[in-house]
Design a protein around this ligand. Structure first.
Ligand code: SF4
Length: 518
């Protein structure tokens, strides 16, 4: 029963648009397949809600998903999503596809069954931009790239009688059924892009990363690390200038009345004048939360500054401890310097430091990986606080539009046996460790590197429940076409024929050869 699957659950929020609606309004749903406290942390959710409501003759309706109760929660009105004209579906990560498919199936809105009927379901996000193919039977269209510049046309297009045709003609929207290449849309100058100021949150449900104003500092990253899909898909690197950031922060704090800034950036200290901005916030008594940093970006001065700005933990992303390998993947740094940084962070009073590591790079052996981890672990034994250093270990997950895209999803399982050894070494040295389950990583790789046939696997998974049991069941049902890329990967990736990200294929080939992937 759809009435039971969609519940009206209004929050006590700091800010809600009170827009008088008319029956002729274009009704736009913003659907986040995640719980409320995660959804409000998305700047897309914040931006889309403000922007859609700012348009004449258009109304926005927000929906989130309660994972425990497996119900869609309508935040604005008791409106059945099937009565909408357009649904904007945010899918930042591959595993969100499964939850989204579960939702659309329960609403009878799966592309495969619905056909060209309204509402039009349009997905967007980094993962679908890189490879929209696994969504072929699931949604009507995918936005390739950044939506700002086409959102208005898409929304008014959804109000037309021939809405599907109008939306299909928008340059960076892929309707998937047709086979022409869609070129990525992107905002050339971030300084001119709208930024949400009136950010909503609930007084009763703390958002992930805590309360505060969320500020998007930059998009893309200048380093293009070999494993990093985000930096390749969001290429080129763009940032907001000091004066613009300063104004966004001032206005947002004025509206939200929370003196805390949560920075969104793939590489915060690549942005000019960031230290000056942080100094200014310190003088104003504003707290901050910053994302993970590259090793060489962490200096003693910054450690002190960030601590003084109220941050208690740090996240650093060396990704590998193999000195000969780090430069090859774009993470040049010196392990001795990392150890110095950890010692200084301890002295400065941080509660702990999280380190991201990846296991299973091609051309490296488990033996050398473990030796380097052992050496590192004995060097940080001087830090007496157990668990001060906390490693998050992820298997290498090959992703589209990176030099590792040619690896088969099965390569992820290579890391299955190394986990225990990492745990043993970490325990002996007082290092905390958390490891991403290799099966979840494998599932992620299958979806990331999928083609149109992968849609069926995702639908089977969603119909079998959202956990790993459902994944195993769906995998058993998978046909030979899926098994083939699972084992062999792609020589000529199918997403090349549908999207143009702006990254040259010869670069990917050459770098893949250099990294011993091809
Ligand atoms: S520095 Fe981080 S965000 Fe930038 S390319 Fe490397 S991994 Fe990606």
């Amino acid at each position: 029963m759809i009435e039971e699957f969609v519940v009206y659950k209004r929050r006590r929020e700091n800010f809600v648009f009170e827009k008088r609606g008319r029956p002729s309004d274009i009704k736009v749903g913003i659907l986040m397949p995640m719980p409320y406290n995660a959804a409000v942390s998305s700047l897309f959710f914040q931006m889309a809600y403000t922007y859609v409501n700012s348009l004449e003759g258009v109304r926005a309706y927000r929906y989130v998903f309660n994972l425990e109760e497996k119900k869609v929660e309508a935040l604005d009105e008791r409106l059945d999503p099937r009565k909408l004209d357009l649904i904007l579906l945010s899918l930042p990560f591959e595993l969100d596809y499964v939850t989204a498919t579960y939702i659309l199936t329960n609403l009878n809105l799966l592309r495969r069954l619905k056909g060209n009927e309204k509402p039009i379901v349009v997905a967007g996000g980094i993962a679908p931009t890189a490879n929209p193919l696994p969504l072929s039977d699931i949604v009507d269209a995918v936005v390739i790239g950044e939506a700002e510049e086409i959102l208005k046309n898409m929304i008014y297009g959804a109000g037309e009688l021939n809405a599907f045709k109008v939306i299909e003609e928008i340059s960076c929207v892929s309707m998937l059924a047709n086979s022409d290449i869609r070129r990525k849309c992107f905002v050339e100058d971030l300084n001119n892009a709208p930024h949400p100021i009136h950010q909503f949150y609930s007084y009763d449900e703390e958002p992930i990363y805590g309360y505060g104003v969320r500020v998007e500092v930059s998009r893309g990253c200048p380093y293009l690390c070999a494993f990093c899909m985000e930096s390749h898909v969001m290429y080129p690197f763009r940032y907001r200038e000091f004066a613009i950031l300063d104004r966004i922060i001032e206005k947002s704090i004025d509206v939200l009345k929370i003196p805390r800034v949560i920075f969104y950036s793939l590489s915060l200290f690549s942005v000019p004048n960031m230290d000056i901005l942080l100094q200014k916030l310190l003088k104003q008594g504003i707290e901050i939360s910053i994302p993970s940093m590259r090793v060489e970006h962490v200096t003693k001065e910054r450690l002190e500054l960030i601590k003084a700005l109220g941050q208690k933990t740090l996240t650093i992303a060396p990704e590998t401890l193999l000195p000969t390998y780090s430069c090859k993947i774009g993470k040049c740094y010196n392990v001795d310097y990392l150890i110095e940084v950890l010692n200084y962070a301890y002295k400065t009073g941080y509660s702990h430091v999280k380190l991201y590591l990846i296991t299973g790079f091609p051309g490296t052996t488990m033996d050398e990986e473990l030796k380097s981890f052992e050496k590192f672990s004995s060097s940080v034994k001087s830090i007496k606080k157990r668990g001060f250093v906390e490693v998050t270990l992820n298997p290498l997950i090959p992703k589209p539009w990176t030099p590792f895209q040619f690896l088969p999803p099965l390569s992820v399982l290579r890391s299955r046996h190394i986990e225990e050894q990492y745990r043993r070494i970490a325990k002996e040295s007082g290092i905390g460790i958390s490891v991403l389950d290799v099966e979840w990583a494998f599932a992620q790789a299958i979806i990331a590197l999928g083609d149109k046939n992968t849609s069926k696997l995702i639908i089977d998974w969603a119909l079998s429940g959202l956990g790993l049991k459902g994944f195993r069941k769906a995998l058993k049902m998978a046909d030979e076409r899926i098994r083939s890329y699972l084992k062999n990967g792609w020589q000529d990736p199918p997403w090349y024929r549908y999207v143009d990200i702006g990254v040259p294929k010869t670069y990917l080939d050459l770098r893949a050869r250099y990294l011993k992937v091809l």
